[in-house]
Design a protein. Structure first.
Length: 333
């Protein structure tokens, strides 16, 4: 029996990943940059054993159906092939998401799976190699190997496409991200399908690709210089451009709801009234607001007085993936 455990935190992209150059290897069309957060994480244990005749996958104590298990199995195949093992495994995974459902992320899930499975089979991977492995499960997972800011450098092969840590002078510790949960239902169009449709059909996709390198360079400079407003502006611009591409896809689609737009408007208003804050959005209607930690309370106050129906979750910079000791207690299954 070979067992490994890991805890990985989710990340939110400030410069978005949107589109794949290679579907199978998950090589992206553009580089991206994210902030790992402390409020959402996944803990996973993987136990490879000679006694098993198939892989089994438990998520939040529930045995998963064959569709979910096949995805995990395909990922385990990559680890088995690197370790030259043919053992099946039991995977026990738990998502830690504060109260609101629907915020669980594939980034923390696949990063934790990569960490636990590779630790179980004693692959002893360096962070960049663990990042490459996690990338094969879900692109954004490759950034969750690192704490704070991470840059997924697109590269052009399995070997060269991985995330690295971004020099930051600890700027991440000055920041907060407030999640405004406007709707926690399951998303209609997954990020995987949405980005694919956009790459294939959106009239705006070339425009998206053209401006990413300069946005990324601006973001990295703003981070090292601790320039909050520049980082916020480029974060908001990247999200707006990404979401713009979906409107020009065929058939067109959007992840925005009326509530998302109301929150974005409020962010602009608060900013015009002297509270520096900037929004970003991913493949769903929830809005995430970047704010300096010193202004976190003022923002929370303004949001809760002006939005009566939403649920707010506060996050700060989170740590790198942790490989947990064998005897670390995991939630019971
Ligand atoms: C909008 O990493 O979930 O959140 O690689 O197909 O698993 P796959 O997609 P995923 O896409 C994330 C897209 C995004 C932007 C981002 O996180 O950079």
């Amino acid at each position: 029996m070979f067992s490994g455990k890991a805890r990985a935190y989710t990340n939110i992209a400030l410069i978005k990943y949107w589109g794949k150059e290679d579907q199978e290897l998950i090589i992206p069309m553009n580089s991206s940059l994210s902030l790992t957060l402390d409020a959402f994480y996944t803990e996973t244990q993987v136990i490879f054993s000679e006694d098993l005749t198939e892989d089994r996958f438990y998520l939040d104590n529930q045995l998963q159906d064959s569709k979910a298990t096949v995805k995990v199995s395909r990922f385990l195949d990559l680890v088995r092939s690197q370790a030259r093992s043919s053992l099946y495994a039991v995977v026990k995974s738990q998502n830690f998401v504060p109260t609101a459902a629907g915020l669980a992320s594939s980034a923390s899930g696949l990063a934790a799976l990569a960490g636990a499975a590779s630790a179980a089979l004693k692959l002893d991977l360096a962070p960049e190699d663990l990042s490459r492995l996690a990338r094969r499960g879900s692109g954004s997972a490759c950034r969750s190997i690192y704490g704070g800011f991470a840059e997924w450098q697109k590269g052009n092969s399995d070997q060269t496409s991985r995330a690295v840590k971004v020099p930051s002078n600890n700027f991440e510790n000055d920041l907060s991200m407030i999640f405004v949960v406007v709707n926690d239902a399951k998303k209609d169009i997954s990020s995987r399908d949405g980005m694919q449709r956009t790459v294939e059909t959106s009239a705006f996709y070339d425009g998206w690709l053209q401006t990413v390198p300069q946005d990324l360079a601006r973001a990295k400079k703003a981070i090292i210089e601790k320039d909050f407003n520049t980082l916020g502006k480029v974060t908001e611009a990247s999200a707006l451009k990404m979401h713009g591409t979906t409107l020009a896809a065929n058939p067109p689609f959007t992840y925005w709801s009326a509530e998302s737009m109301q929150v974005m408007d409020l962010v602009r208003q608060l900013r015009n009234n002297g509270l520096p804050c900037y929004f970003t959005m991913d493949a769903g209607p929830n809005v995430k607001i970047l704010v300096e930690r010193k202004n976190e309370n003022a923002l929370l106050h303004a949001l809760s007085s002006q939005l009566n129906y939403q649920h707010l979750v506060v996050a700060h910079a989170g740590p790198a993936i942790e490989i947990l000791p064998e005897d670390a207690p995991l939630p019971s299954f």
